[in-house]
Design a binder for this molecule. Structure first.
Ligand SMILES: C[S@@+](CC[C@H](N)C(=O)[O-])C[C@H]1O[C@@H](n2cnc3c(N)ncnc32)[C@H](O)[C@@H]1O
Length: 297
């Protein structure tokens, strides 16, 4: 996790990038689908990280909800009274609303930079976030803010955060593609693939970083998962991912390959790849019921 970043620049670049570039293409590029199968997979993943069934009823906030990858699936599961999708990008939130409508569900949306969450103290039952902490200027302060809004005993679950060593493997595998992209840009004069996400993808996380972020929580569960799907997706498949929206047939093909890799990760690689090399730093934690912070699993 980086210690010093240009705070306002990170917020502004994230808002602009997700509004102006990602909102339109994100779901296609990431192969995001909201159906019964992916809903069941999402619930299973969240429960694996939480270490028990998700609570039912109450209010859940999806922080950095984007186009509603998590929020819409939670709405489809029918388990919660209220689902709030929070994000800095109104463009992504508009897409989330449309995605919810398309599957006949309803979610609420709120635009916020998450420096301060727009909720009263102790009012939220569950906070979930997927691929969001690495975009924030100060994840440690943000996690304290999450703790503020959670009810005592309420949990937060974070998935999709890049691990420090997992990303190092990906960056190494990407080197030939980065070189080819540079040559392509120079020769063709075209923009090529946008690799440089300097003020957008800001952090990667080690085990120590997760411990720092969850200070003051209890029942911290660190569940690093994933290898092949992310490594292939973010290195060799990156060029393909940028074509997904425009070339017919690419999205379903990439989705099938990703699902196959995920199965291999889940059945074998999550057990044999060393924890530090797994690509996703997933974790959950609970706000203490009393004011004393407690144990770490
Ligand atoms: C990689 S996307 C993940 C979206 C979604 N959670 C998913 O699983 O597909 C990251 C999201 O975080 C949002 N984001 C980035 N910085 C933010 C900030 N400071 N406050 C609120 N949202 C932010 C972006 O707008 C974007 O929608």
């Amino acid at each position: 996790m980086r210690q010093s970043v240009d705070f306002n620049r990170v917020l502004e670049q994230n808002r602009r990038f997700h509004d102006e570039v990602e909102a339109e293409v994100y779901d296609n590029r990431m192969g995001i689908i909201n159906d019964a199968f992916t809903t069941q997979q999402m619930i299973a993943e969240l429960e694996r990280v939480l270490g028990r069934p998700l609570p039912s009823g109450g209010t859940v906030v999806d922080v950095g909800a984007g186009t509603g990858n998590v929020a819409v699936k939670l709405a489809m599961s029918g388990r919660f009274d209220r689902i709030i999708a929070a994000d800095i990008s109104t463009g992504m939130l508009a897409q989330a609303q449309e995605n919810a409508r398309n599957v006949g569900c309803s979610i609420e949306t709120v635009q916020t930079d998450m420096v301060r969450l727009p909720f009263e103290d102790g009012t939220i039952d569950l906070v979930v976030g997927c691929a969001v902490l690495h975009h924030l200027p100060d994840p440690v302060s943000f996690m304290a803010e999450v703790r503020r809004v959670l009810k005592p005993g309420g949990s937060c679950i974070f998935i999709g955060e890049p691990s420090r060593w997992g990303l190092a493997i990906i960056e190494t595998l990407k080197l030939p593609l980065v070189a080819a992209n540079r040559v392509y840009k120079r020769v063709s004069g075209r923009p090529g693939i946008q690799w440089e996400h300097d003020n957008i993808d800001v952090h990667t996380f080690s085990v120590g970083d997760v411990m720092r972020m969850t200070a003051g929580y209890e029942n911290v569960r660190l569940v690093p998962e994933g290898f092949l799907e992310t490594v292939l997706d973010q290195s060799f498949f990156t060029a393909i991912r940028y074509m997904q929206g425009s070339v017919p047939g690419v999205t379903p093909a990439v989705t099938v390959i990703r699902r196959a890799c995920r199965v291999l990760d889940q059945t074998l690689l999550n057990r044999v790849v060393p924890r530090n090399l797994r690509t996703d730093m997933k974790f959950s934690a609970a706000k203490p019921k009393s004011t004393e912070a407690g144990s770490v699993d």
